[in-house]
Write a protein that binds this ligand. Structure first.
Ligand SMILES: NC(=O)c1ccc[n+]([C@@H]2O[C@H](COP(=O)([O-])OP(=O)(O)OC[C@H]3O[C@@H](n4cnc5c(N)ncnc54)[C@H](OP(=O)(O)O)[C@@H]3O)[C@@H](O)[C@H]2O)c1
Length: 261
């Protein structure tokens, strides 16, 4: 008997890597997407050995339109049961000073690629009346932070897209989630050259806890926007209810500014 297929982008590290383990434990076969082929193969080997599932790899740079298109085309021919749009990265520096190419890559990886992959798998999910799409956004989607504004804007796109999509597919059997973690211990901050300095210890989440919150919400049938951890939920609730002028004041003063610029 074939097992349902889960596709995870950014599958080789951090949050994506944990999604692979948890989905394999739940009986899914896996298709892993990232750029580093050797690391993809090693991760797939670990998953096969640990969980006895079929794990395939697809190397693609999701900032590359042609590579994303080829992946989307191949996913359109498969019965994808779960899609986790997770691949991502951060940049530091204000728009006046940073490389425009990196900002455009950010929009392609965080917005255009997930949109393309969603549209590739959605018709099949709707026809089969089952499936789940998890778009990994961020707490940053609720607040713009100087030094990382494209990231906040891209994650807001992904969150709002997910909220709208969830409404569009209501009643079809397809579940949609915008997963919005706060600071999570992964390779993310080292890769962006920030190393996580300036972020207090209490603010860090584990990738295990983030993925557990996501899967719990999927099992319960909601909510669409999942913010793991009570402290971050309180923070997001505050951001959402502050008067706009006060939010702008906060945005220019929060400690994240020091961490991210
Ligand atoms: N860590 C946090 O504090 C945090 C907080 C909120 C939201 N998030 C979001 O969570 C998601 C996962 O982040 P993480 O913290 O787990 O990061 P991570 O540990 O750095 O892992 C990133 C993964 O994405 C892949 N990737 C990066 N750029 C890619 C590209 N252009 N094309 C294809 N794959 C790419 C990487 O593999 P390759 O390098 O081999 O491609 C790796 O597998 C991201 O969307 C991030 O924005 C993270």
């Amino acid at each position: 008997m074939t097992r349902p297929l889960a596709v995870v982008t950014g599958a080789t590290a951090g949050i994506g890597r944990v999604f692979c383990d948890r989905l394999a434990e739940r009986g899914h076969d896996l298709l892993l997407v990232a750029r580093d082929v050797a690391r993809l193969e090693a991760t797939a080997g670990e998953l096969r050995a640990r969980h006895g599932v079929a794990a395939r790899v697809h190397a693609a740079d999701l900032s590359d339109e042609a590579a994303t298109g080829a992946l989307a085309e191949s996913l359109g021919t498969e019965a994808v049961d779960v899609l986790v749009n997770n691949a991502g990265f951060g940049t530091t520096g204000t728009l006046a000073r940073t490389d425009p190419a990196a900002q455009q890559r950010m929009v392609r990886v965080h917005c255009l690629a997930p949109l393309r992959l969603v549209q590739a798998v959605l018709p099949g999910m709707v026809a089969r009346r089952r499936g789940a799409i998890v778009n990994v956004a961020s707490v940053a989607s609720f607040v713009t932070v100087p030094g990382t504004v494209t990231y906040s804007a891209a994650k807001a796109f992904l969150r709002v897209l997910s909220e709208g999509l969830a409404a569009e597919v209501a009643g079809t059997g397809v579940r949609v989630q915008a997963l919005c973690p706060g600071f999570t211990r992964t390779e993310f901050h080292q890769r962006m050259g920030a190393g996580g300095t300036g972020i207090p210890d209490w603010a860090w989440l584990s990738a295990d806890d983030v993925v557990a919150a996501s899967l719990r919400a999927l099992d319960r049938g909601g909510p669409v926007v999942v913010v793991p951890d009570l402290r971050y939920r309180a923070m997001v609730s505050l951001f959402r209810h502050l008067p706009m002028r006060m939010l702008t004041w906060v945005e220019t003063r929060v400690p994240m500014r020091r961490a991210r610029t």
